[in-house]
Design a protein around this ligand. Structure first.
Ligand SMILES: Cc1ncc(C[n+]2csc(CCOP(=O)(O)OP(=O)(O)O)c2C)c(N)n1
Length: 661
């Protein structure tokens, strides 16, 4: 049977569908999401939740002229399916395929790219201001989740909307979940609005009223009354709650969300975000309303798929799974534990012995592995919401009171808090430990999520101690070591499986600033190459060492451990002894570990030839796997071996090298 989805080549086609056809299309979209993501992985729950909302948006507005700005934009898959990308949807998050987030270069319908949370309100307001300045008439619609309201930038934007523009359309997509259950006062506040004793009665009345009107009439009727005040209009249609409907704090009912109203935005809701005719009518109204407005819609994360409804956190974003059971594709038997679990379990152990330690996450308890602490020692666990800046300054405050906070924040999200690292942590030299997960690639997610810049952005800050473990056991050692360091410490480690090394019962103390020589020269008179493999690149260095040895080179392998301070003595020694030094890092070359080595050699007058292997000065795209990207960009044993050989093949450099040796 042919599907409506197959007929929707552009948003215009959505507008032509009847309500019944739209309902059928919604089902087809859910089926497509569940099927494709079972193979590719991705943000299933959030997208299942916005199917009707996205259909209604495309019924009422016209992209690309009108602009949809999605917060994070992990929930834009449905929008992709409706905007000419359905034929490529099976490629999402794969090499050369669709990106998992909105991407300006992918489609004119993606007016704004994202991947980090909290940016949509500001970006949308910027577009509104630009539109007003240019005197054009595009509609700008900002779709933000309830968790976006845990983020500071969202409030900076809200504070600015009413005095910047008259026309701003916000959709608060409230499903009560961040990745985990949403936290903090704002989530209780929204919950209170939803669960107000009279909410159900009012919502039924209101929804009946809106739906009774033919499409478009609600817009006319209410927009006409807007100048008399929204509340007046609502009274006229018999919906304005009496004052006895308000809670003691003034909350409850339509048009009474103090948060938005006090910020000068008309608030409408909360309404059922899966009721298509209702959504269409309300969006028509919002489109014609001449004041900034927020429509509060209630959606169910995972709607239409039992497993996702049952486990919203797991199905927020996940890898491939079995469609029938919802179970993830099992890991290969004997697969090493992943870094995130080793981090979480080690922190629990450390906390049990040291009661100054606490753990902080910015809304990522599962992703970071901090959920282990939440479970074992809930009093020592803090989820601050999607609020990296706040989380870092919160940690600084704790550190001034004698605690030793451990902030578990992905490398890419810590960028958000850079000034806090500088001004609050490093300047005051506070002993906060940062465990930076996803250092290196997050291959399926792509450039918004790769953690390729932290060595560079931290290396220039005074008081920083920064390290990278070669394996999961060394991660535990580094965490233990960090608890003894009275300065800001940063540990970067990758996503996913460790190296499969045995974990010691007790972690051990490492000497700060000291590298580990894993293999020294055998001084057999052959050409000498020292391989410095940072973090997870150490295993690559070891593999290359085997090949180069077989090719007749005398190889040393060093695990640098520290990127700040780097071990000057060890680097100088090998800089003097080797013909060629190779640095390897899962980080941008610009400003990274290899750069630190070059700076040291320059300062000390060491003229060794240095080959640096790492990521080039460009944003790295998404791909099916990390290995594919490594192959493409030369972070491989083959490329390393070839580069080393090329150094010696070049006669000029051979002369230079032999002089140096
Ligand atoms: C700065 C930043 N921190 C953390 C994240 C990880 N993250 C991605 S989506 C998400 C939750 C979003 O919740 P919400 O906005 O309510 O949307 P929902 O998925 O519930 O639809 C989080 C924490 C991020 N993308 N950006």
């Amino acid at each position: 049977m042919s599907r409506y989805l197959d007929m929707v080549a552009e948003p215009l086609h959505v507008k032509k569908l009847t309500l019944d056809q739209l309902h059928q299309l919604a089902g087809e979209i859910r089926h497509e999401l569940i099927t494709v993501l079972s193979r590719n992985g991705g943000h299933l729950g959030p997208n299942l939740g916005v199917v009707e909302l996205t259909l209604a948006l495309h019924q009422v507005f016209s992209t690309p002229k009108d602009k949809f700005v999605w917060d994070v934009s992990h929930q834009a898959y449905v929008h992709k399916l409706l905007t000419g990308r359905k034929d490529r949807f099976h490629t999402i998050r794969q090499t050369d395929g669709l990106n998992g987030f909105a991407l300006r270069t992918e489609s004119p319908h993606d007016c704004y790219g994202a991947g980090h949370a909290g940016t949509a309100l500001s970006a949308a307001l910027g577009m509104c201001a630009a539109r007003d300045t240019r005197r054009t008439d595009e509609n700008v619609v900002c779709i933000f989740g309830d968790a976006a309201l845990t983020n500071g930038i969202s409030y900076e934007a809200l504070n600015n909307i009413a005095h910047t523009t008259k026309k701003f359309i916000g959709i608060l997509n409230d499903n009560e979940w961040s990745i985990a259950k949403n936290v903090g006062a704002i989530s209780s506040y929204l919950n209170k609005v939803i669960t107000h004793p009279r909410y159900n009665r009012w919502s039924k009345d209101f929804e009946r009223f809106v739906k009774r009107l033919p499409k478009g009439e609600i817009a006319l009727k209410l927009a006409h009354k807007a100048e008399e005040g929204f509340k007046g209009a609502m009274t006229e249609v018999g919906l304005q709650p009496n004052t006895d409907n308000l809670g003691s704090d003034g909350r409850g009912g339509y048009g009474n969300s103090l948060l938005f109203e006090e910020m000068g935005l008309r608030y409408l809701g909360p309404v059922d975000g899966h009721d298509l005719p209702l959504l269409i009518n309300l969006l028509e109204f919002a489109k014609n309303y001449d004041r900034p407005i927020v429509l509060h819609v209630l959606t169910k994360k995972g709607k239409g798929y039992d497993a996702a409804l049952k486990f919203p956190e797991k199905f927020h974003g996940l890898g491939p799974y079995d469609v029938l059971t919802g179970n993830p594709v099992p890991a290969k038997p004997g697969a090493p534990p992943n870094y995130q679990d080793v981090f979480g379990q080690t922190l629990v152990k450390l906390c049990q012995k040291n009661n100054t330690l606490v753990g902080i996450t910015a809304a990522m308890p599962s992703g970071t592995g901090l959920k282990h602490l939440e479970k074992a020692l809930p009093d020592r666990y803090f989820d601050v919401g999607i609020a990296e800046e706040h989380g870092v300054i919160f940690a600084a405050g704790m550190a001034t009171m004698g605690l030793h906070p451990v902030c578990a924040i992905y490398s890419t999200f810590l960028q958000r808090a850079y000034d806090c690292l500088h001004h609050d942590i490093c300047l005051q030299d506070l002993p906060v430990i940062f465990c930076m997960d996803r250092a290196g690639l997050s291959a399926n997610d792509g450039p918004t999520h790769h953690g390729l810049f932290d060595i560079a952005y931290l290396r220039c800050l005074p008081n920083v101690i920064a390290m990278a473990p070669k394996d999961e056991d060394e991660l535990a050692d580094m965490m233990f070591t960090a608890t003894h360091v009275p300065h800001p410490t940063f540990i970067r480690y990758p996503r996913g499986a460790g190296e499969g090394v045995p974990l010691k019962e007790q972690p051990r103390l490492l000497e700060v600033g000291k590298a580990e020589v894993l293999q020294n020269f055998s001084n057999n008179g052959q050409r000498k190459v020292a391989l410095f493999g940072l973090g997870n690149m150490c295993s690559l260095a070891r593999k290359a060492a085997v090949e180069l040895t077989a090719e007749g080179f005398d190889i040393a392998v060093v695990n640098p451990r520290f990127t700040k301070p780097i071990d000057a003595g060890t680097h100088e020694f090998f800089g003097g002894a080797a013909d060629v030094i190779v640095t390897l890092e899962d980080h941008a070359l610009m400003g990274g570990y290899g750069s630190a080595v070059l700076e040291l050699f320059s300062e000390k007058g060491i003229g060794a030839s240095v080959v640096r292997i790492g990521w080039p000065d460009q944003f790295i795209e998404h791909a099916t796997s990390q290995d594919e990207l490594r192959r493409k960009y030369g972070l491989t044993v083959e490329n390393l071996v070839a580069k080393v050989k090329a150094q010696f093949a070049d006669t000029a450099s051979v002369t230079k090298l032999s002089v140096l040796a």
